[in-house]
Design a protein around this ligand. Sequence first.
Ligand code: OAD
Length: 258
Amino acid sequence: MPPPSIPDPLIARLSSASSVVAFTGAGVSAESGVPTFRSPDGLWNNFRVEELATPQAFEANPRRVWEWYHHRRTLMGETQPNPGHYALAEWGEHVRKFSLITQNVDGLHHRAGSQGIHELHGNILRSKCHTCGKPAGEIGPDKEGKLPYCPCGGPIRPDVVWFGETLPAKVWERAWNDARSADVFLSVGTSSVVYPAAGLIEVAKLAGATLVEVNPEETEQSDLFDFVLRGPSGIVLPEISRILGWATRGDKARPAPR
Ligand code: OAD
């Protein structure tokens, strides 16, 4: 698919911006083979949120919840960052102040080389105690399926944000501040329907940022954006890098072998 044409005023805005924020969702990892949530074959069309992604679900049936997360950990371990992730890692090296805020828990931005990522919804590879919150590395059930417990006695769970839970306070505060001070705010591969994360788009808009949406589909917030780039992020973002002369990782910016 050829990249959509990138408007010159957007390129000018990006090259003069002191502060750029990229706010990403599941779509940025779609080209790596990670399923999104709300597409017709997305996770929430095949699984029940209330049985798998709420604290009540974990308390009622930790084994079922762990089985699902173990399955997703395995799948994600088999995926590789795609050119969209690599492009954003390049931007981190070229923009004076670049902030990467993600709703994704897959760790692919990190594996592409991005630094200082604000992971609003946690990270699926990490675990923590459900009772005291103490980090528990990457542990999960053992080979026999025995569930892990914290020294405090609480059950260990994946370190992700479930429905009905609050976002990690410090991460949220930093993300909010970055959105508020952005010259350019790009929303990439998100349906923009899950709050409070999706509220960052409005925060940036009210603070006067230039808003850019990168998504093959229209979203509920598309009307707010100054520029809308309709295409897959794995094509659109490297194209912007190329035009701006930021594509320093040409070898890695090709689709990763699967
Ligand atoms: P969604 O599944 O809701 O939306 C994915 C978006 O990515 C859609 O708007 C697609 O059109 C778009 N998309 C698909 N392929 C793309 C591509 N190649 N390039 C760019 N965009 C593409 O996922 P999120 O918006 O991330 O939360 O969902 C937000 C939150 O809802 C997730 O973090 C998760 C979920 O429930 C929690 O688990 C707390």
